[in-house]
Design a protein around this ligand. Sequence first.
Ligand SMILES: *[C@@H]1O[C@H](CO)[C@@H](O)[C@H](O)[C@H]1NC(C)=O
Ligand SMILES: [Zn+2]
Ligand SMILES: [Zn+2]
Length: 494
Amino acid sequence: METSEPGRRIFLVFWTCLVQLISVWCSCPMCYCRKLALSCKEVGTLLQLTIKCDKCSYEGLWNSQPFFGKIAAGNILLSAGILFSGASATKVLRVLSHMGVALMSIRSFFRHQKKILFKAVHQLWSEQQLWNLSHLQAERESIICGGDGRADTPGHSAKYGTYTMMELRKNIVIDVQLVQSNEVEGSNHMEKEGLQRSLNFLQNTWNLDIETVITDRHAGIKKWLREHQPHILHLFDIWHVAKSIKKKLLALSKTGGCQALQGWVSSIINHLYWSVVSTPPGLTQLIEDKWKSVVEHIQNRHTGFAGQFQSCAHQPLEGRERQKAWLPPHTKVSTEVEKVLCSKRLLPDIQKLSPDHQTCSVEAFHSLVINFAPKMHHFSFEGMECRVMLAALHWNENGHRAQHTTKDGRKTYSLHYPKRKKGGHVVRKVLEDASFGYVASLLTIVEALCKGEEDDGEIPQPDPGRIPEALAASYEHPNKEDAVRARVTRFNAA
Ligand SMILES: *[C@@H]1O[C@H](CO)[C@@H](O)[C@H](O)[C@H]1NC(C)=O
Ligand SMILES: [Zn+2]
Ligand SMILES: [Zn+2]
């Protein structure tokens, strides 16, 4: 940590240099004789030197590290550094071992996690959640939540699902729920289960008045919210809907007789954003009618529509503007386009598109989670849960500052739909270095927990009943089949 005070700095000291220091500079504190015999013991990264005087047989013990309670500080700090940075313990220990650094075993890392580190993460996360939720409660403003689930997929079926609730006006993560697939009937249900748990926690434990929840169009969630939370306004993220319409239109434009559609796809998508953003709150039928008018527009009809939106909003077309590749009416292409744009399944959802808040920051958060819990690695339930909480601590501290990178290596940008752009969007790069104040807070808690280890009463124990039973198969044989398959594929490819 670049901020550590001088007294806390740690150096890599080579054994030869230490011996040189002792032989050149040290003498027996009793008789000042320079003939000292050293015997050493290693405990992980800690070196314990017993120094004996040849002449007066004085004997002293020197430790290369201070202690937090009974634990050598260097050992617990190494484990803490690994977990809090979201690194892989195996990798980091191997790096150090390749350098020749004296090390603890990976088992010690797991023991540190279980005894100290998980508790520290839980404690800081609950403190922050308490702080943030109390503020929201005190402001007495209704709360706009964005929710989304993320499945981690080692191999084929997801083992854990993470559900994230973000307060979108403040852009902070207010709750994360981890669901293990064997807690529900299969991994398809994890997203709904996560949302239910999160709402239950926010509404019942915190008594928060959640006005709006914005999600994608997950069918199970739609139905559940409608039936069980009728007072919550459930809106959909525009981007998800735009993406699925675009996919359908592009597929259609590749079929026979429909090529003329190709040039219209992006205008149709822009029109979707415009229909939602240009409409005052509450006028949901108007959104739908605006949306449907695009079917008329692309067939070169601009006035005399049925419903609340009777003519196009653009100026009368003049000169070259009239020469567009209009779709001829009553042809296959115009009928098929209308089927896609005005389908019975789609139209009710168009009315429920969210005009101002979207879930893109929840997705950006999920790509941040990957930095703390890479999908290729297996984690225990608690390990995974803590890594998600760490990601949330990081997000809440850094908000818009950190720039995230998606799976395929693209930088993440944030999309904004300012009123002045009338439905157009602007793309903003999310930049600047991240800060790590939460790590400093965590280390303070770790030190206190280590020192209080003897009297267990002080340490908040996470409720053990909360942790679901491990998935036996994947736990004991971590993805062997996948590993073998990957190996075979690689050999075939070569
Ligand atoms: C949330 O809590 C953290 C830590 O307690 C604090 O720094 C941050 O300002 C809070 N954010 C909001 C929006 O309340
Ligand atoms: Zn002596
Ligand atoms: Zn028009």
